[in-house]
Design a protein around this ligand. Structure first.
Ligand code: SF4
Length: 281
């Protein structure tokens, strides 16, 4: 199967040099691998939110669903709970996922919903032309903070680790091979997996030079060790300009995945109506 078979007729409108292209390429590679390994594309559903990242749903010829701002995780979970045989991946931006949608992410992690979340973390609202987000650094000067943001950023991976996520990783849009590897691991994980991708917005927050200097790929790390994972996640706080930024799979563990059903088959519509009537009487 060729990567071109995943192309659509949609015209790509991302800015030249945007880190979203790398994520698109990495996801294509993972989808082709999955297909080779026996998961046909008909069994895959992609959900996106609102923001530049969301157009990824337009550029991949697989089942996809545009949701609304901050609601990628609940839509992805709804699809997975209704059709457990499908593999469901959610794509969200940092404003989308860590701002409006943060509570949904934490609860999806808490219940270990069997979905894969990929966060295009460019640390700025790109589509609305440059406002600060939950992961923008202190002092970030954008359209809504012309004198510089006065807030320190969140460390989303630390929050998600504390919330019960069973797979956590960080990739970088300018390290394509490692990004592909990390995303493949995330798609293969049973349970809640989240990959925070440092995706550069060349137009409103160009961090290529900074990341190229600071990132490194982790080695000799045991992702099954919770304390080691926390230590690795805390190495960089999304604010410091001089600390090394680790990339890789920080944490992976197995826990039962959430199912909304207790094994009882769903009621037929007639039985459901009768049951509702019985309760209301
Ligand atoms: Fe990419 Fe930024 Fe352009 Fe959006 S505004 S397409 S995130 S470079």
């Amino acid at each position: 199967m060729e990567p071109q078979s995943l192309n659509t007729a949609a015209k790509n409108t991302w800015c030249p040099g945007c880190g979203n292209f790398a994520i698109l390429n990495a996801v294509k590679s993972v989808l082709l691998d999955l297909e080779k390994e026996g998961t046909p594309r008909e069994k895959i559903v992609l959900v996106s939110g609102i923001g530049c990242h969301a157009k990824i749903a337009d550029y991949l010829a697989v089942n996809s669903f545009y949701s609304i701002h901050g609601r990628v995780a609940p839509v992805a979970q709804g699809i997975k709970f209704a059709r457990p045989e499908l593999a469901v991946a959610g794509f969200a931006g940092d404003g989308d996922g860590y701002g409006e949608g943060l509570e949904h992410l934490l609860f999806a992690a808490k219940r270990n919903a069997d979905i894969t979340m990929i966060i295009h973390n460019n640390r700025v609202y790109g589509l609305t032309t440059g406002q600060y987000t939950p992961t923008s650094p202190l002092g970030f000067q954008g359209r809504s903070t012309p004198r510089g943001s006065r807030e320190v950023p969140l460390n989303p991976l630390n929050l998600l680790l504390a919330s019960g996520a069973t797979f956590l990783a960080r990739g970088y849009s300018n390290r394509l091979d490692s990004l592909k590897f990390i995303l493949r691991q995330a798609f293969g994980h049973r349970g809640f997996a989240l990959v925070d991708v440092l995706q550069v917005c060349v137009t409103f927050f160009n961090l290529y030079e900074f990341y190229n200097r600071q990132v490194y790929e982790i080695k000799d790390h045991d992702p099954g060790d919770f304390e080691a994972a926390r230590k690795k996640i805390l190495e960089w706080d999304y604010n410091s300009a001089d600390r090394p930024i680790p990339l890789g799979v920080f944490y992976r563990t197995e826990k039962p995945v959430f199912s909304p059903s207790d094994g009882t088959p769903p009621l037929s519509s007639a039985d459901r109506e009768a049951e509702i009537g019985r309760i209301l009487l």
